[in-house]
Write a protein that binds this ligand. Structure first.
Ligand SMILES: Cc1cc2nc3c(=O)[nH]c(=O)nc-3n(C[C@H](O)[C@H](O)[C@H](O)COP(=O)(O)OP(=O)(O)OC[C@H]3O[C@@H](n4cnc5c(N)ncnc54)[C@H](O)[C@@H]3O)c2cc1C
Length: 500
């Protein structure tokens, strides 16, 4: 398949990248860089795109997986940003990734801590969010409108809520991507389908306007990649390659709860954080049954590590806020995992707290001609990518990505289990065919976890997974629970040893 990424293609593309002069070199393969690679390749440019680690190694895999309709930006008066977010949600849910992006309902429980006047204000906000939806052209059947529910209905959707004093709930909908890392993989593969050379384990040691010094992290080889333009899309690490840029990273921690800990969940939750006017704890049910609970917003000082730690203080804060609305509290030992990601926020020199820094993206050109694209959100990656390519390659034709389906994009007429369809779209049939050709591949990687051996093999053959970390931490999310990750390692290693 033209969209397949694997070790053999990496070797070929690496050879070519060392010999040729590309139109564009993209550094960083999170949502932003993979989006830039796709935007440029789809405009007909020759593209080399590299990541020091793996697709979605950085912040992009630690998100809350919300595809925002822009409501939170309205609250802070950033109307342009709110509209951009709603427009990009529309592109994803309607045109480019309808298999990966769906509507998710949320309840905001009306507890004694939420006075009637606050509830009215919050409902007005949800209604404004619904206006943004309408302005973006998204029909209500894709993102339903808000409603006020009675206590019985709220408890029916989320029985774990404390019934005592509950007056009801505000129900709203927003977009959700089934897996942020899978979105990045889909972007990178779609770019590869348009001819981009997508190279993981290739670290840029230094950038110039006409290329980069690159180290192959698998062999230690250092070589030059030459290009007519260079985009730095390295997120929180952008300042290391473009010293004129200063970032103020902010840590967001999520807890992972196993399925069933909160009982049946037919909606997520928005829980107002006591003492804060527009911050909410999010309870985010995942399609694999796990539940994420997030999220903090804490400034991080000092060097940015490859993977951020989730400190115990964050875990305690999230648990205490969650327990404030539950009938039966969740205990610390029921927290199966915790992870943190760093928001790549630009330091504007305003001295604001990180929660107040704008989530708008920036495209900046350095004195050496390197274009850095930073900030923004997962939701707006496509717009960021378009702006970055416009800046780096002004002669290129116009972006086409607003209507360009990502690999697998489809939801109807696919003969495969729904769980596979929402991860793989049309390619779910290929996974099913793999299992039909060899029943052993239908075995589960772990008891009680739905991922099959076939999905791991597919990731090695077509999704660029090179080792067990890629398989467990990014192509699947088994690694979100350390205990499960440990148990799955043996199968992952075995699958990697199978012939391609
Ligand atoms: C906790 C949290 C929750 C969030 N939730 C949401 C949400 O629900 N919805 C939403 O829209 N947004 C959300 N965001 C924001 C969103 O996740 C980020 O804005 C986005 O993922 C940033 O993507 P990126 O590609 O710019 O950076 P990254 O994903 O960090 O990618 C940068 C890449 O650059 C690579 N790299 C670094 N240095 C080099 C080098 N020298 N050479 C080669 N490669 C290099 C890294 O390995 C990495 O893969 C959240 C952010 C956080 C932290």
């Amino acid at each position: 398949m033209e969209t397949s990424l694997n070790a053999a293609r990496r070797a070929r593309d690496l050879d070519d990248a060392r010999r040729e002069v590309a139109d564009l070199l993209v550094v960083g393969l999170g949502a932003t860089g993979a989006g830039v690679a796709l935007d440029a390749a789809a405009r007909g440019l020759s593209v080399v795109a590299i990541d020091a680690h793996d697709l979605a190694f950085g912040t992009s895999r630690w998100s809350s997986k919300l595809i925002h309709g822009g409501l939170r930006y309205l609250a802070s008066g950033q109307i342009g940003l709110a509209r951009e977010s709603a427009a990009e949600r529309h592109v994803l849910i309607r045109h480019t990734a309808p298999h990966l992006v769906k509507a998710q309902p949320y309840l905001l429980p009306l507890t004694p801590g939420v006075p009637a006047a606050t509830a009215r204000k919050l409902m007005t906000g949800y209604r404004l969010g619904d206006l943004l939806r309408a302005a973006a052209g998204t029909p209500r059947k894709l993102i339903p409108g808000p409603a006020r529910l009675g206590a019985a209905e709220a408890l029916d959707l989320v029985p774990a809520l404390a019934a005592d004093g509950l007056r009801g709930a505000l129900r709203s909908y927003d977009g959700r991507v089934v897996d942020d890392a899978r979105l990045v993989v889909a972007l990178a593969r779609t770019a590869a389908g348009h001819g981009a050379r997508v190279l993981t384990r290739c670290r840029a040691l230094g950038l110039a306007g006409d290329g980069a010094e690159v180290r192959d992290e698998l062999t230690g080889d250092v070589f030059t990649v030459r290009a007519r333009a260079v985009v730095n899309a390295t997120g929180v690490w952008a300042g290391l390659l473009a010293p004129e840029i200063t970032l103020r990273p902010s840590r967001g921690t999520h807890l992972v709860l196993r399925e069933g800990v909160l009982g049946p969940l037919r909606a997520g939750l928005h829980v107002p954080i006591p003492g804060e006017s527009s911050r909410f704890l999010l309870v985010l049910p995942q399609s694999d049954g796990h539940v994420l609970v997030g999220l903090t917003d804490e400034p991080v000082e000092g060097p940015v590590h490859d993977v951020a730690e989730a400190p115990e203080g964050d875990v305690e804060f999230l648990l205490a806020t969650l327990n404030g609305v539950l009938g039966v509290p969740v205990t610390r030992d029921q927290v199966a995992g915790a992870h943190a990601g760093l928001r790549p926020l630009l330091d504007t020199g305003s001295g604001q707290g990180t929660a107040d820094l704008s989530r708008r993206h920036a495209v900046l050109r350095g004195a050496d001609g390197v274009v850095t694209v930073v900030g923004g959100k997962l939701t707006t990656y496509r717009r960021m990518a378009e702006d970055a390519v416009d800046a780096a390659c002004p002669q290129a034709r116009r972006s086409t990505t607003a209507r360009l389906p990502l690999v697998g994009a489809a939801t109807r007429g696919i003969r495969a289990p729904w769980r596979l369809v929402e991860r793989y779209g049309a390619e779910a049939e290929d996974i099913t065919a793999l299992i039909e050709s060899n029943r052993a591949l239908g075995a589960k990687v772990l008891p009680g976890e739905p991922t099959t051996w076939a999905e791991l093999l597919w990731a090695v053959r077509h999704e660029g997974a090179l080792d067990e970390d890629d398989l467990l931490d990014r192509r699947t999310r088994i690694g979100l629970i350390p205990e499960d990750r440990q148990m799955a390692l043996k199968v992952a290693r075995h699958v990697l040893s199978l012939q391609p």
